[in-house]
Ligand binder design. Sequence first.
Ligand SMILES: Cc1cc2nc3c(=O)[nH]c(=O)nc-3n(C[C@H](O)[C@H](O)[C@H](O)COP(=O)(O)OP(=O)(O)OC[C@H]3O[C@@H](n4cnc5c(N)ncnc54)[C@H](O)[C@@H]3O)c2cc1C
Ligand code: FES
Ligand code: FES
Length: 492
Amino acid sequence: MTQVTNTVRFVLDGRIVEAQGERRTTTVLDYLREQLHRTGTKEGCAEGDCGACVVMVGELNAAGTGVEYVPVNSCIQLLPTLDGKSVKTIESLKKADGTLHPVQDEMIKCHGSQCGFCTPGIVMSLVNLVQVLPAPSRQQITDSLSGNLCRCTGYTPIIDATFKAVEKKAELKIDDHADVALLQEIKRSSTPTLTLDGEIILQPVVRTKKGNEFVSPATLAEVADYLVKHPTTTLLAGSTEIGLQVNKQFVRPDHIMYLGNVAELRQVQETATAWRMGAAVSLATTEALLAKAYPDFAEVLRRFGSPPIRSTATLAGNIANGSPIGDSMPCLMALGATLMLRRGDKTRSVLLENFYTGMKKNVLVAGEFIEAIELPKPAAGQVFRAHKVSKRFEQDISATCAAMSYTLRGGKLSAVKLAYNGLAQSPCRAPKLEAVLDGKAPAEVKAADLDAAITASFTARDGLRATWAYRALVARNLVLDFIEEQTKTEVA
Ligand SMILES: Cc1cc2nc3c(=O)[nH]c(=O)nc-3n(C[C@H](O)[C@H](O)[C@H](O)COP(=O)(O)OP(=O)(O)OC[C@H]3O[C@@H](n4cnc5c(N)ncnc54)[C@H](O)[C@@H]3O)c2cc1C
Ligand code: FES
Ligand code: FES
């Protein structure tokens, strides 16, 4: 059997756990349940959908004085990503004197649980919520539960329990004071290790006798160097695609490189005209960043998976994965986003609309990776609209998502950029539809012309989630909806 030589160290309720002899693809859920016997955390789907496995993962805050948490689906997170972090499970909540967390207590009193299988995940999502929002609105509560499926209780008692729990303000914060010093103790190095010749040596978190490894660099230089030396390495960002490949397709990559600890990749840089988002910036951070400038984009992200998915998933992972129904790409394309690609010390920038070369194929060469995504800020007079059409509001896959950017010059549509997912082999711009729109007053745009452009642009193909007829109709109607407001203004 393959032997593992390194150790994953993380903090669990005031002690350091040293996980030894684990595979580089062991999931956090399996380790919690099978090795630590924390069986409160459940496995439902093992693919990030049901939320039965939600736990809180903590990191030291920037000042090093406290812990910041995100909810994660432990079923699709790989154990070595925990190195240097802390975890809270449902078992962490009960105090030494037996007192339950207010969320647990009110779940009992409000009858928020029946079979109980979903309950630990629901409680962890809510406890995570009230760490940052001690007085959440109803929408914030339902948003936080959008990745937790309960099939027997119904959500009303659970929401009631949350409102009751937050009345006990003083008791909402979990007691993690003992974890802070321990997190300092196991903090990962933030600088690369160098040989006497100045060569970078990347210490693996997990290494097998065969030489397979899981590495977790701290700097961009280490990422670039390692990928040139090991170009077949699987990059791991939020793990919301890779985790599924591990669980459902039993993929076992030889080399895995986790990007979540790379300082440069976690940064957002802002100039007067653009944001430069590092490849490891989470969708949750992106959603908050864009809420004011591009509310429709933020709404698409609010409907992207669920909070535990968005707390780790990244734009770069969505883009690199290149699913034809990837949701962020239509928005990014319509806004003229550019990718910063790096191989070794060479960089190049590629417009996202030129990134794909076919179904899940792109222009990346061996050893190259996405370093950052550059997103222009809104220009004066620019209108940006986007909408995702799916069967459910949250936690569902698009039938089609469309995004459009334009300005009105002298009452005419100009600088139109329109992009879709779900209509072709990859998300793409729609130049023939743009040509129909450009230069016309919104009221002059005819549905028949858009229909003709859709027929000329795409191959009619029925899919599992929608027929072509439905998708084509939605694609046309979304455009009409995006300009409808301007039509009303014109008439007025
Ligand atoms: C329950 C659930 C719900 C989901 N809902 C949606 C949804 O609503 N809409 C949607 O579009 N998607 C959805 N997804 C898919 C997934 O969450 C997204 O594609 C996500 O953005 C992937 O990002 P990640 O950081 O988790 O990628 P990972 O799983 O870490 O990686 C994905 C791919 O990108 C590569 N990669 C990662 N970073 C880089 C980089 N910097 N450079 C080059 N390659 C890189 C990886 O090697 C891998 O091939 C969902 C997934 C799950 C499990
Ligand atoms: S077990 Fe269903 S989301 Fe993890
Ligand atoms: S209580 Fe049974 S699934 Fe929620």
